[in-house]
Design a protein. Structure first.
Length: 365
């Protein structure tokens, strides 16, 4: 089977350093918030070009904590896209705020800035663009609109470690950037993890407090928080892997370029956002024959996945938002047509040829 991602291949390359880091933590006797988390936060903030970073226990927690730290709560509205992983929307709902969707651009599949103005109401407090598949959304018009209306911008950069938009790192462009270190991500923990990056020290301070039960005074807790802490083991592993991230990204891009060349016109791929540098977390193709291609890949023993088979507004837990089929046609069409092919830095050309052979046959027959 050709896997979608191969973390064993990654581990082989850095085994000595990762295992030494794990042993260092085990022997330290310090397992929750400690020096490894602090060091990783500093290193990741430097990497992103932000003043602050706050490590948490998942990308979902990063989104939730960042939104609350930015002052979002009940009675507010947050605008995001329906073509994303469910966590983006779930995090908004957990703050008590209401979700408003805007469709994605039919080419890039990221937030369509032209649709944004109509979605902003008197209650809108934040915009949450998603850097889908590793490609930054078109941030300049989003930021311009946010400034005009006094809205916060929280980036879902869960898939976009190291990506850039007009020279700026994903996550560092808005008021806060949220990353996931889930094992399939370009920078992954040996388990679960996430981080928030920000330039505003007040927002970072609020996030730091919220991730560990919130502020207290002599009378006890003064605001709600929870346990969203990053642990020392994950931070130690992430410190090792961060040193390799740019090299792995270059290798991913080489793999993606090879797919582009080998696939030719058999299928299409999402188009490029002007000024965006993609980090190829997901290599998605599009075809009206998606399901036939998927069956052919499985028959050829190639793992593939659909990111995402149903737009959020048509999923049962979000029925109460009141959106119907047809509300966001670009997101709905993308959900019918996209298919993610195996991609990881170590993927060989030989394996790519096998993947492409199956795709081409099914796409054109
Ligand atoms: C776009 C997006 N947002 C949020 C998340 C949530 O991250 P996590 O799985 O670490 O909670 C993910 C990860 O799967 C994601 O892809």
């Amino acid at each position: 089977m050709i896997p979608l991602v191969d973390l064993q291949a990654q581990h082989e390359r850095i085994r000595g350093d990762v295992e030494a880091a794990a042993v260092r933590v085990l022997r330290s006797g310090r397992y929750a918030s400690g020096p490894e988390v602090e060091a990783f936060e500093q290193q990741f903030a430097t990497y992103c070009g932000t003043a602050c970073a706050v490590g948490v226990n998942s990308g979902t927690s990063a989104l939730y904590v960042a939104l609350v730290a930015a002052g979002i709560g009940a009675g507010d509205e947050v605008v995001t896209v329906p073509f994303t992983f469910v966590a983006t929307v779930d995090a908004i709902r957990r703050t008590g705020a209401d979700v408003r969707f805007v469709d994605v651009d039919p080419g890039t599949l990221t937030m369509d800035p032209a649709a944004l103005e109509a979605a902003v109401s008197r209650r809108t407090r934040a915009i949450l663009p998603v850097h889908l598949y590793g490609q930054p959304a078109d941030m300049d018009p989003i930021l311009e609109l946010a400034r005009r209306h006094g809205l916060a911008v929280v980036e879902d950069a869960a898939q976009a470690h190291g990506a850039r938009y007009k020279g700026r790192r994903a996550g560092s462009i808005g008021d806060a950037g949220c990353f996931s270190f889930y094992p399939t991500k370009n920078l992954s923990a040996a388990g679960e993890g996430g981080i928030i990056v920000a330039n505003d020290p007040e927002l970072a301070r609020a996030a730091r407090s919220l991730r560990s039960w919130g502020p207290t005074d002599a009378g006890g807790r003064t605001e709600a928080g929870g346990n969203y802490r990053m642990d020392e083991m994950q931070a130690a592993v992430l410190r090792v892997k961060l040193q390799h991230l740019d090299e792995w990204t270059r290798e991913r891009r080489t793999v993606a370029e090879r797919y582009d060349a080998l696939l030719g016109t058999a299928v299409t791929t999402p188009s490029r956002v002007p000024g965006a540098e993609h980090v190829c977390n997901v290599y998605a193709i599009r075809s009206p024959r998606r399901d036939a291609i998927r069956a052919a890949l499985l028959a050829a023993r190639v793992e593939c996945a659909v990111h995402y088979p149903a737009p959020i507004h048509l999923q049962a837990p979000y029925a109460d938002l009141g959106y119907r089929a047809g509300a966001f046609p670009h997101a709905e069409q993308a959900a019918r047509e996209v298919l993610s092919l195996p991609i990881y830095p170590e993927l060989s050309e030989e394996r790519q040829l096998a993947v492409v052979k199956a795709v081409r046959q099914a796409a054109t027959s």
